[in-house]
Design a protein around this ligand. Structure first.
Ligand SMILES: *Cc1c(COP(=O)(O)O)cnc(C)c1O
Length: 419
């Protein structure tokens, strides 16, 4: 981070010891410091404002707040200081002007679509998306006259070819859930802007600690705060980050009116989660890389999907676009669904649960859970097979995670050789 150059352009050397504005501090500093505006009580920790509404000094002040002539809190469906603290901190970490916090990751996606699209508009989306996102587009947005076309995530020509005159939004996750496919965000942003579309990136798997899509040209970043931003599996929440107009006006307008608002308590949990985000993401990624390597050498594993492995199709983006391979490893187990379920049921340490981004390692069978509402054809098109298992690597000792998985892999081998 560089310090501000004075308006006259003179050297800053003499002022080197001056206090640096917090907004220009490094990532780790902003993650623990930004967003908290200390009250006259002098609290060190961030307070939780458990209040639904705010009191005005007079009827005239109430009128000025409602008309927008005076800034300030009105009602916690619109703004709340704890929620605002989380929004300010996440906006800073993603490098965006504004953030709007939402009740869940799905309501963040819904608020983007309601705020920026209208009947007759068209979305081009990656075919490798979180299951509920695909369902939201296909089953619900379609009812309001918004159609979606799907393309292979990494194929920029396919994105370009799928854009129609009425296309407004390109939507992707990178890496994708659960197969960790990636797309060159810079390249996709270039396609979007050349064709007069907006690019939204669901940054759930990497978080701003590993990847900042806005700096690479995306217009909107979407989060399921439920995952790594919380990091300890406690609350459901979401967020949208972008500029003043798209997020501060269009998306905020939907939130204020329709009300999928984040609660102050949940905002406080996420705010504190951001303080350890970078440390956790680096630790998750280190263990995930070790686990992926180990899985390659195990019996009964047909294929391992992890961006940090050299044979991953978009491995070149690790270290440039995203800082590490991230914390999610997926793999195909021999024996299809029976082999995958046997492996999952043989674990005793790992948690069989659909969440990810927790300090506790979680194990999931995507075909029958997170992606179970897709048709078999839709699953086949994106490569989610019956033998696919997703592990969201937690912060336990990686040797213990390996030992837990080894049990099911060894007994699974005899299972599949004697069907
Ligand atoms: C979980 C998830 C969502 C949805 O978030 P919720 O907080 O569960 O509503 C969206 N995108 C991705 C990639 C996810 O993993």
């Amino acid at each position: 981070m560089t310090s501000t150059i004075p308006p006259d352009g003179s050297s800053t050397a003499d002022e080197a010891a001056e206090a640096q504005p917090l907004a220009e501090s490094g990532f780790a500093t902003r993650a623990v410091r930004i967003g908290h505006h200390r009250t006259p009580e002098g609290e060190h920790g961030e307070p939780i404002f458990t209040t639904s509404s705010f009191v005005f000094e007079s009827a005239a002040q109430a009128a000025a707040r409602f008309s927008g002539d005076q800034a300030g809190n009105i009602y916690s469906r619109f703004t709340n200081p704890t929620v605002s603290a989380f929004e300010e901190r996440l906006a800073s970490l993603e490098g965006g002007e504004r953030c709007v916090a939402t009740a869940s990751g799905m309501s963040a996606i819904l608020a983007v679509c309601m705020g920026l699209l209208e009947a007759g508009d068209h979305i081009v989306a990656s075919r490798s998306l979180f299951g509920s996102t695909t369902l939201l587009f296909n089953k619900y947005l379609s009812r309001f006259g918004i159609a979606t076309s799907y393309v292979p995530l990494g194929d920029l020509e396919a994105w370009d070819a799928a854009i129609r005159p009425e296309t407004r939004l390109l939507f992707c996750e990178t890496p994708s859930n659960p197969l960790t496919e990636m797309v060159d965000i810079r390249g996709l942003a270039e396609v979007a802007h050349r064709r007069d579309c907006l690019l939204a990136v669901d940054n759930c798997f990497c978080t701003p600690a590993l990847q900042r899509p806005l700096e690479l040209g995306a217009d909107l970043v979407i989060h399921s705060a439920t995952k790594y931003l919380d990091g300890q599996g406690r609350c459901v929440g979401g967020a949208v980050v972008g500029d003043r107009k798209l997020v501060g006006e269009a998306v905020f307008g939907v939130l204020r009116t329709a009300g999928p608002t984040m609660s102050p308590f949940n905002a406080w949990v996420f705010l504190k989660g951001l303080e350890t985000l970078q440390l956790r993401m680096l630790a998750h990624a280190q263990s995930a890389a070790a686990l992926a390597q180990w899985l390659l050498a195990q019996p009964g594993i047909e294929r391992v999907y992890y961006p940090g492995l050299p044979d991953h199709p978009q491995h070149h983006l690790v270290g440039s676009q995203q800082r590490t391979g991230g914390g999610i490893v997926a793999f195909d187990v021999r024996g299809g669904r029976a082999g995958a379920w046997h492996l999952i049921d043989s674990t005793s340490l790992l948690s069989i649960t659909a969440n990810l981004g927790d300090v506790k390692t979680t194990i999931t069978h995507p075909a029958t859970t997170t992606h179970g509402r897709l048709t078999p054809e839709e699953r086949a098109a994106v490569g989610i097979g019956e033998g696919l298992v997703r592990v969201a690597v937690g912060l336990e000792e990686v040797e213990d995670i390996q030992r837990d998985l080894a049990l099911g892999l060894e007994t699974g081998r005899s299972l599949s050789s004697h069907p």
